[in-house]
Write a protein that binds this ligand. Structure first.
Ligand SMILES: [Zn+2]
Length: 148
């Protein structure tokens, strides 16, 4: 369950795509302490790992989110809220980079480049920054690897 994002480079009548990476719902996260509730650490959020019931740092409990506001609902298309950083213990997403963030920063500065997701929705640089604010967990092990 996730969504791929691409940098679309327009040149004359043609365009090409570069894979930026993939956002995936990644379970409960304490947004106040910046820590996943995954018992074995955030590297295991997409495995079959056990999740704690409370934040191990502040003790905050999981808050219920509706499908219209949750990270899972985001991937299923029900959450249409503007993406933003949350607070308390709520769902979060990870982002697996397919290119280095610095390469993306260089690309997106060009006037002929924008972001598009796998469903064909286009985003400005600022809108993509909002999307990334819901992805506090970043993975870099897929940089330069073809994946989807
Ligand atoms: Zn906490």
């Amino acid at each position: 369950m996730g969504c791929n994002f691409y940098a679309v480079i327009t040149s004359g009548d043609s365009e090409s795509e570069r894979h930026i990476g993939k956002r995936s719902a990644s379970g409960y996260y304490c947004w106040d302490c910046d820590i996943s509730l995954c018992a074995s650490g955030h590297d295991d959020v997409h495995g079959s790992a056990r999740f704690l019931d409370h934040c191990p740092v502040c003790g905050g409990g999981k808050e219920t989110e509706s499908i219209e506001s949750s990270a899972a609902g985001r991937e299923l298309g029900f959450n249409k809220l503007t993406a933003k950083r949350k607070s308390g213990v709520k769902g979060a997403s990870s982002f697996s980079w397919a290119m280095t963030p610095s390469h993306f920063d260089e690309l997106i500065c060009a006037p002929n480049v924008h972001v598009r997701d796998e469903y064909g929705r286009s985003f400005t640089r600022d809108q993509f920054s909002e999307i990334m604010s819901e992805c506090p967990i970043k993975f870099f092990r897929s940089i330069g690897v073809d994946f989807c």
